[in-house]
Design a protein around this ligand. Structure first.
Ligand SMILES: [Zn+2]
Ligand SMILES: [Zn+2]
Length: 471
């Protein structure tokens, strides 16, 4: 099997297009990082969709935020491996009871089903398990639905779902399980698109773009529906399936939109909202909504839509609401999407830095190995996270975006001096000059919260705030 990142045939990894024989490995260390191998295909498909799709279906700020989230989720894994994979490998020798042949096709097929069921349960849990929703909501925070949305992943999601993979550890060999772990996730890339219509009979057993569009909707009928990974049979079996309604436009995103591109805020705001604010919630008369410690625990660990009086029932080891449409507002068109203006030359500046950021990320992944020093890891991870934040601040038109970017460029300059890399210091200096010119030319806009207007660097009002509308 070819393991070059630039092999065009790698595109088939995005469709589970592999045979058991070619993905059977005698040793775990021989399993390639399939996510890494499929990354160029994913980026190419995002670019093609971006160029050819109606501009209302894509947005510059949203797409960059989604791709940044994809990079962040890879950064949070050690050498590309998830926490559950590492745990699986270390636990299997101690708790293996079935001793299945790892090279048999039957084991491979059995594992395909087992991993997909584990995904269904894990996915359902992080939707319905109260504060555990915070690990996953990032994936649903985009108000657009396109291939870049697939990359928008919760950075720490693995921390909340590993138990569902470990459930199979006593039965299935790790070298088969890890292969399916890769393909189960990669398969879900192509289903994030509005381009592909319902696929007829395939809708009965496969997770398709149509089925997953429903999963990303905030219309009442879409809530808590279609959790499947590769197959949709689990949703049909456990009663969570809903077909896309051709007569009702889907509004994508969170029930209460996050209305920000601030990366760390988007990743983590829900932990505070559910884990801290919700149990302390007060009604219009100033009385506590969740009275007593039992109700407060229900506020944190009950379904995200739970309030005193909401009817719930057990599923596996968590509770879900009886009526998932209860309390969900109807969607009325035209649908507004959060947006702040970003002027042309600032876009050009951000795009150039974004392409370089992707190049640096690919390089970092190549260099990254168990022997990478902590110092290098710290420098690279800080650089990427600071860069993700910079994009969020410009897209939100925050007043401190300009000083923050100046600080980022100064840090790159200082690091270039430290490692005696003239190209890096020159690049940082040239970028700083460009940034100052952009500020001077009124290209950098600031959102004034008190006046709800956008002003440029000179304090002149440039436009009223208005969200994008689509129908
Ligand atoms: Zn989900
Ligand atoms: Zn999705």
């Amino acid at each position: 099997m070819n393991h070059s990142r630039w092999d065009p045939a790698n595109i088939r990894y995005l469709f589970y297009g592999v045979t058991p024989a070619e993905t059977t490995y005698s040793n775990i260390d021989l399993i390639p990082n399939f996510t890494d191998l499929a990354t160029p295909s994913m980026l190419l498909l995002v670019i093609i969709e971006y160029l050819f799709l109606d501009e209302r279906k894509y947005a510059f700020n949203d797409t960059i935020t989604s791709i940044n989230a994809g990079m962040f989720s890879v950064l949070s894994k050690y050498a590309g491996k998830s926490i559950s994979a590492a745990l699986y490998v270390s636990l299997h020798p101690q708790i293996n009871i079935l001793h299945l042949d790892p090279s048999s096709t039957t084991t491979w097929l059995l594992c395909f089903l087992a991993k997909d069921l584990a995904y269904y349960l894990a996915h359902r849990f992080i939707h319905e398990g109260g504060v555990f929703w915070s690990f996953h909501q990032m994936h649903h925070s985009s108000e657009y639905y396109n291939l870049s949305t697939a990359l928008r992943q919760g950075a720490l999601q693995d921390l909340s779902t590993w138990i569902f993979d470990i459930m199979w550890c006593p039965f299935i060999p790790p070298n088969v399980f890890i292969v399916h772990q890769y393909f189960n996730v990669l398969y879900q890339f192509w289903i994030h698109t509005e381009v592909i219509p319902p696929l007829g009979p395939l809708e009965y057993f496969l997770n398709t773009p149509s089925a997953h569009r429903v999963h990303h909707g905030r219309n009442p009928y879409c809530i808590d529906r279609n959790y499947g990974g590769t197959l949709i049979i689990w949703d049909r079996l456990f009663g969570t399936y809903a077909a896309e309604r051709p007569d009702e436009q889907i509004a994508y995103g969170l029930v209460t939109p996050v209305a920000s591109f601030d990366h760390l805020y988007c990743q983590f705001f829900e932990f505070k909202a559910i884990g801290f604010d919700k149990p302390r919630m007060k009604d219009a008369n100033g009385k506590e909504v969740f009275v007593g410690w039992k109700e407060k625990l229900r506020a944190i660990f009950g379904p995200p839509g739970y309030f005193p009086g909401t009817k719930t029932h057990w599923f596996f080891f968590w509770k879900c609401v009886d009526d998932s449409e209860e309390g969900i507002p109807e969607v009325k068109g035209p649908i507004s999407k959060y947006d702040r203006p970003c002027r042309l030359w600032l876009r050009v500046y951000l795009l150039i830095h974004f392409l370089l950021l992707i190049a640096a990320f690919i390089k970092f992944n190549e260099l990254r190995s168990a022997s990478t020093t902590w110092e290098d890891l710290f420098v690279y991870c800080s650089f990427f996270i600071i860069s993700f934040q910079m994009y969020g601040y410009f897209f939100d038109c925050r007043w401190f975006a300009l000083p923050f970017e100046s600080f980022r460029l100064l840090s790159i300059f200082a690091y270039g001096l430290y490692i005696s890399e003239a190209a890096l210091t020159s690049f940082a200096l040239a970028s700083f000059v460009c940034l100052c010119s952009l500020a001077q030319a009124g290209q950098i806009l600031i959102f004034d919260e008190k006046k709800t207007v956008i002003v440029n660097g000179n304090g002149n009002c440039t436009s009223e705030v208005g969200d994008k509308k689509s129908n």
